[in-house]
Design a protein around this ligand. Structure first.
Ligand SMILES: [Zn+2]
Length: 183
């Protein structure tokens, strides 16, 4: 909303794998650093490019909310028929197909090339320290592109010098900032 209202360029860097930002209307300006559950890849790496099952009319896997067991047939590769897996990066995952991730990285780098001189602000939301990919990205970008940063986090809100910490949950802080922006 801020991007639209203020007519400013913006980009999402997320470790969410649930396709949240795509459902919220973002398509191109997103880097999903751990991949996405909304895409599948062939378990046997037969050469089939990553696919989005909904695009091919195949429903996503249905899971029983009580037992957490799959209640539909498991998805298979449209090329070779092998089992498909979610295109998300797991721990010690040497078989993750990173091709879409690399494309998103190129898009982000081009975005920085165009916008780096525009007094950028990084708003980091709930990025923890146990898997610090998002924190590292924000801190690195802050230095590399001389950005300001606001870190919103109820627990791990320590910040590098020159940035701002808000010890709060993300929704609460964003709603307060939104009120302040438009009053
Ligand atoms: Zn295959």
């Amino acid at each position: 909303n801020w991007g639209h209202k203020l007519k400013i360029p913006s980009f999402i860097f997320t470790s969410n794998v649930d396709g949240h930002f795509n459902r919220a209307g973002w398509s191109e300006q997103v880097l999903e650093c751990h991949g996405s559950l909304m895409r599948l890849q062939c378990l046997e790496a037969c050469g089939q490019p990553i696919w989005e099952p909904m695009d091919k009319g195949i429903p996503l896997v249905k899971v029983c909310p009580d037992s957490l067991l799959c209640t539909s047939s498991l998805p298979t590769c449209p090329s070779c028929g092998s089992l498909a897996r979610p295109n998300i990066l797991m721990f010690s995952d040497f078989y993750w197909d990173s091709s879409i991730n690399l494309k998103q990285e190129r898009t982000l780098n081009s975005w920085f090339d165009i916008n780096a001189s525009k007094n950028l602000l990084i708003i980091e939301l709930g990025a923890g320290i146990s898997v610090p990919t998002v924190r590292f990205f924000c801190e690195r970008s802050m230095k590399e592109y001389d950005c300001n940063m606001v870190r919103i986090n109820p627990r791990d809100y320590q910040v590098p010098k020159g940035s701002t910490a808000l010890a709060s949950g993300a929704l609460e802080a964003l709603e307060l900032l939104d009120l302040m922006l438009w009053k």
